[in-house]
Design a protein around this ligand. Structure first.
Ligand SMILES: Cc1cc2nc3c(=O)[nH]c(=O)nc-3n(C[C@H](O)[C@H](O)[C@H](O)COP(=O)(O)OP(=O)(O)OC[C@H]3O[C@@H](n4cnc5c(N)ncnc54)[C@H](O)[C@@H]3O)c2cc1C
Length: 384
């Protein structure tokens, strides 16, 4: 069965190659969307999700095969990867109406989801968030500001945390709300980052009306529900990314050979460390998939995988830039640039890896307190 499954994934990938990504961002998104839809239509989307909601319901061994085979080839990434965070949350805590409206369209990329948790004064200390939602009839009226929202410029819907309790209620007065970004009163502004791109945005919500049908779970129970999202953000949503690094590490070996650095003992030592890391990440991914398949929430243990991946991708790109030497600094368009600036772009982008989805310090606190059972840091009350 398992080897049949491997050949069926290989045949699918061999028969379907959408080619190189278009340069224009909107054309690129359409290209990604076509690929995401094809995966759903052909039964190759969401290996761990139930069939009923567009997934494949695979066993652990077949999920591993799926990720291994997809990681070997270059195929479009999902246009709205937020679905792999909000989707499992809606499956666990949402209504059937929400599952019907949002899961399959999200998987197909027809709805691009982004995460609206962080605010200017609420990052690690997320329970201090202030975006307010007042119940008026059968709608919430939402006002406030979200920030660092990845990909919001090209998004359709926001899964967000809002304050429905008193100002001081902290995590006991938070609700989990799904907001249509086309609603009146929503303004999305891009934030330029050091790669030169603007993958983040800030979102202003000014008396935005949101039907109560878009509340996930009960009012004021959003903190518990957000834990499901954060667990999946740190674990299952990162599995494919972790597996993809198998190919990228092989490409790093090619880079070392091309640059004539593969015989340098210092470089070889660092390459060996990267190889060990990528294998550990794959093993840890299997542990994550196994526990989710047993019906468990990813839980605090998800912080281990997230921390490993975040620190690994920084180290890998630092090594790549060192191997490239001074030519790494050339403009990507320069004839002598190293692989059109790919590794430097990665180097700049991964500086943020140990901040996104909870900072490395917060992941370490979570591992220390909630996995290892060490004494609690009294300065925090429910960090992200
Ligand atoms: C690449 C990337 C993508 C992101 N995408 C999104 C997104 O799509 N949606 C979204 O809502 N947010 C997103 N974020 C925001 C992210 O969740 C926050 O940046 C993160 O939670 C940290 O919050 P902050 O920036 O306010 O920093 P702060 O919380 O102010 O932290 C500042 C520093 O203090 C440290 N610190 C804070 N508290 C403690 C503590 N208790 N113990 C030890 N050290 C502590 C932190 O580790 C950090 O070094 C993204 C961020 C990045 C970098």
């Amino acid at each position: 069965m398992t080897s049949d499954f491997r050949s069926s994934v290989q045949s699918f990938l061999a028969a379907n190659d959408p080619g190189k990504p278009p340069k224009d961002p909107l054309e690129r998104q359409a290209w990604q969307r076509d690929w995401a839809s094809l995966l759903v239509d052909e039964g190759f989307a969401a290996p761990s999700w139930p069939n009923r909601w567009g997934g494949m319901d695979l066993s652990l061994s077949d999920q591993v095969i799926y990720h291994e085979e997809f990681a070997k080839v270059r195929r479009p990434s999902h246009p709205g990867p937020g679905i792999f965070v909000v989707g499992p949350t809606i499956i666990a805590h949402g209504t059937d109406d929400q599952r019907g409206r949002f899961l399959r369209p999200g998987l197909r990329g027809d709805i691009v989801w982004v995460q609206g948790f962080s605010e200017p004064e609420a990052g690690s200390d997320l329970p201090s968030l202030r975006t307010r939602a007042e119940l008026v009839g059968d709608e919430y009226v939402v006002s406030g500001q979200k920030t660092w929202t990845t990909n919001a410029r090209h998004a359709d819907w926001l899964f967000s945390l809002v304050r429905t309790g008193s100002r001081e209620s902290r995590q006991h007065g938070i609700s989990y709300l799904l907001i249509d970004l086309q609603s009146a009163g929503v303004t999305v502004r891009p934030l330029r980052d050091m790669t030169g791109g603007a993958s983040f945005c800030e979102i202003f919500l000014d008396n935005v009306r949101v039907p109560t049908a878009n509340l996930v779970g009960a009012e004021n129970d959003g903190w518990r529900i957000a834990r499901t999202s954060m667990g999946h953000e740190r674990s299952t949503a990162g599995v494919a990314q972790g597996m993809r690094y198998r190919r990228i590490v092989d490409e790093l070996y090619d880079l070392a050979r091309e640059c004539g650095r593969n015989t340098d003992p210092g470089v070889r030592q660092r390459l060996a460390a990267v190889e060990i890391d990528v294998r550990l990440i794959a093993l840890n991914n299997m542990r994550t998939l196994a526990s989710v398949l047993d019906g468990d929430e990813p839980g605090p243990v998800a912080s281990i995988g997230r921390l490993m991946l975040a620190e690994f991708e920084k180290r890998l790109h630092e090594l790549a830039v060192d191997i490239s030497g001074p030519a790494a600094l050339l403009d990507p368009a320069d004839a002598h640039s190293v692989q059109r600036g790919r590794w430097v772009r990665g180097f700049l982008a991964t500086r943020a890896s140990t901040i996104g989805a909870g900072t490395a310090e917060i992941q370490r606190n979570t591992i220390a307190e909630q996995v290892l059972g060490l004494p609690r840091d009294e300065t925090t009350t429910g960090a992200k």
